[in-house]
Structures are given as structure tokens and as C-alpha cells.
Design a protein around this ligand. Structure first.
Ligand code: PLP
Length: 395
């Protein structure tokens, strides 16, 4: 099978599996236990924390290990925002964007149910947040702003320097969902956008998007940022996230983060070259078949994730294209794996202005995303299977 769905998940890398193995078979005690095996587990955990912190540019004490991107986003929105209200007397006001992952949007809706004012700011036709609209709603009284680093469905990178500056000027904490970007964009540069005065204050990372294990992630929380725990219990992670920490997963995440940082300059160039060939080939196949194939999201370049390609196929069934590709041994997706079993049009594409009606373009998306294991052969397989898939998918 040719796997072109790294935005949904990437397979674990060999270096991650090798780093994790000792923590699955030898060092297996609870890191909170005081005996020697417990201390060994604790050492592994704290080494992982320091390694992850170095990749992000934060302090080890600012890393909270979680069960993944969803938990990290939930902890940021439901943990930081109410704590800021309590500690700093801010209004119950959250600002986010229309293209966030449901891991942010659902907690935002939960705050709304609790009586919060939630402003959801729109995006342009490429999925980039409207900074002027953001500036119009973020005030000195706002509790939290949450804007993703890069979008999972269309790969667009958000103008976070501007967003963070805006938040800093108003003394507001900014949470950034960096789940899609952590393997390929510079997290240290992202973290350096914030300070104690405001701007980037919390960053969500998920291990399985960059070659770590599924069910593992972290939330980096700048010290001084108020945080009420969401999971209550034994007080692990300095009271910020209770529950016995999975040391093996934390080691895997730290290994994946530092390997990705070391590989990044070369990997970005490699992925961009593969993606360039993929996009050109898909657009040419559309032209050849006489069907309209449109790239969605930002143009390839610094404004887009390097391994990310997404299209809409107006007049065709995206579902049939995906099924035909699957039959030909090529795994692509329709956009968000998390909403793949829902009949709704993509909220991201609709926010970008695409037609979300029953036969609208927003229901015809096909996403091909590359990662560490992707090769030329994967792109070739997609391009050779595509003409038949397009021919069979006409509505
Ligand atoms: N945020 C974004 C942007 C994502 O793409 C995803 C997963 O697809 C998540 C959050 C959720 O991460 P996890 O699968 O680790 O819970």
C-alpha cells in the first residue's frame, strides 16, 4: 500500500521504536514510585521532558505530558481560559478561528454552554485567519486566544507572528495547536513569539503526527500562565494533569521531536520536492481528463506545510476517487480523519468560501499528505492510479 495520509497519522519511526522499547520491557515502574525501579522510570521521564523542552525552546518544567493533541487542546481551552478569569479577573471571553480542529472548537462550544462569549474569526479563501477581524474582537479583557499553527485539511500556515504580537500588545495569552506543524516547522521560533507579557503561552503537540506513538502528546505551558487541571486525581505533572504518566510514550515523543528538529532543513526540501511533483501531476491529470481539479489552501511555499496537498474536484465524487485510489493501493483521505465518517461538508472549506451544499465543492475534497516514510514511488503510484479514478468519479 502507498500511504499518503500522514496528516491523519504517521507510522512510528525506527528511532522512536528503539528509544521506547527499553521503557516497555525493562524500565516499567511507575515514575511516581520512590523505589529504585520507580526512580529509573522517573529519570527516563525527566530526560524525555528535557529533550522535548529543548526542541520547543521552553523549560522542562513547562512541559505537561498528555494523551495526545485532543487532550492538549482541551487542557489549553478548558484549563487555561477559566484559570485566567479567576487569576486575572478577565472577562469570560475566548477568541478562536473557524478553521480550528474540533479538538479546539468543541471545548470552545463547551465554554459557550457555560455562558462564555466565544468569537470565531473567519479566514480568507486560502484558510488564513483574518488578522484585522481578530484585532477587532481581542481586547485587554479577553481570557484566551486560540489559533492553530497550520491547518490539517488544507495545510495553510497561520500568520502567528502577527497574531502573537497582537495578543502581546493586549496582554492576552495565545494557545497554538501545533499538532500538524510540530514535525516540519520551527517550534523554537514559535515559542519565542511569546513572553510573560502575552502572546504564545501554550503549544499543543501530538506524537503520532511526527513519528511518535499514538495516544501521546504534550502541552507546553509558559510559566506564570494560570492553568486549572481538567483531569483531577493524583496530582502528577505538577498538579496540571493527573494520571500515571506513560514514560514510554513520553520518551517516544521526545525522540520524535528532537529527531524532527535535527532533520528539518533537509526534510522540508525533500517533502517540498515530492509535493511539487504530486501537485503538478494531479493538476495535469485533471486537465487531461477534462475535469476541474483545484488546489485548496495556500500556494506551496512558506505559507503551507511542506508535505501537504489538498484538492477539491467539483463535479466529481471525492468519495469515489478515494475508493478507486484505495483499490489501486493508494491511501489518501478526504481531509480530516476525525470527521471522515461524518456527512457534513468540511467546516474548513466552507469557512474558506467553498460551496457546502449537497453537491458543493466542499464535499469533494481529496487530501494527499507526505511524511517521513514517503518516497517518489508513493507519488508515482498516486499519479498512475489517478486517471482511472477521475474517470470513474464523474457525477
Ligand atoms: N489538532 C489538529 C490540528 C489535528 O490535526 C489533530 C488530529 O488530527 C488533533 C488536534 C488531535 O490530535 P490527536 O489525534 O493526537 O488527539
Amino acid at each position: 500500500m502507498h500511504y499518503l495520509d500522514h496528516a491523519a497519522t504517521s507510522p512510528p519511526t525506527r528511532e522512536v521504536l528503539e528509544a521506547v522499547w527499553p521503557y516497555l520491557v525493562q524500565v516499567t515502574a511507575n515514575p511516581a514510585s520512590v523505589h529504585t525501579p520507580g526512580q529509573q522510570a522517573r529519570e527516563g521521564l525527566e530526560r524525555a521532558r528535557a529533550t522535548a523542552a529543548a526542541a520547543i525552546g521552553c523549560r522542562p518544567g513547562e512541559v505537561v505530558f498528555t494523551s495526545g493533541g485532543t487532550e492538549s487542546d482541551g487542557l489549553a481551552v478548558l484549563g487555561i481560559a477559566p484559570a485566567v478569569v479567576a487569576a486575572r479577573g478577565r472577562d469570560r471571553h475566548l477568541v478562536t478561528t473557524a478553521v480550528e480542529h474540533s479538538a479546539v472548537l468543541e471545548p470552545a462550544r463547551e465554554l459557550e454552554r457555560r455562558g462564555w462569549r466565544v468569537d470565531v474569526v473567519g479566514v480568507d479563501g486560502e484558510g488564513r485567519v483574518d488578522v484585522a477581524a481578530l484585532a477587532a474582537v481581542v481586547t485587554e479583557r479577553t481570557a484566551l486566544v486560540s489559533v492553530m499553527h497550520a491547518n490539517n485539511e488544507v495545510g495553510t500556515v497561520q500568520p502567528l507572528a502577527e497574531v502573537s504580537q497582537l495578543c502581546a500588545r493586549r496582554g492576552v495569552a495565545l494557545h497554538v495547536d501545533a499538532v500538524q506543524s510540530a514535525g516540519v516547522l520551527d517550534l523554537r521560533a514559535l515559542w519565542s513569539l511569546g513572553s510573560a507579557a502575552g502572546g504564545v503561552a501554550a503549544v499543543s503537540v501530538s506524537a503520532h503526527k511526527l513519528g511518535g506513538l499514538r495516544g501521546s502528546g504534550l502541552l507546553a505551558v509558559r510559566s506564570g500562565t494560570p492553568l486549572e487541571p481538567v483531569a483531577l486525581g493524583g496530582g502528577q505533572e505538577r498538579g496540571r494533569r493527573s494520571g500515571t504518566v506513560d514514560v514510554a510514550s513520553a520518551v517516544g515523543l521526545a525522540t520524535a521531536l528532537s529527531a524532527a528538529a535535527a532533520r528539518r532543513p533537509h526534510e522540508v526540501v525533500r517533502l517540498e520536492a515530492l509535493r511539487g511533483r504530486l501537485v503538478a501531476g494531479v493538476l495535469a491529470a485533471g486537465e487531461e481528463a477534462g475535469v476541474s481539479v483545484q488546489l485548496t489552501g495556500a500556494a506551496p511555499g512558506p505559507g503551507r506545510l511542506p508535505g501537504h496537498a489538498s484538492f477539491v474536484l467539483p463535479g466529481l465524487s471525492g468519495e469515489v476517487v478515494l475508493a478507486e485510489l484505495d483499490l489501486a493501493g493508494v491511501a489518501c483521505s478526504s481531509g480530516s480523519a476525525c470527521s471522515a465518517d461524518s456527512d457534513d461538508a468540511s467546516h474548513v472549506l466552507v469557512a474558506m468560501g467553498l460551496d457546502g451544499g449537497p453537491a458543493g465543492a466542499a464535499r469533494t475534497s481529496v487530501r494527499a499528505t507526505l511524511g517521513w516514510s514517503s518516497t517518489d514511488a508513493d507519488v508515482d503510484a498516486l499519479l498512475s492510479a489517478l486517471p482511472t479514478a477521475l474517470a470513474r468519479a464523474r457525477l
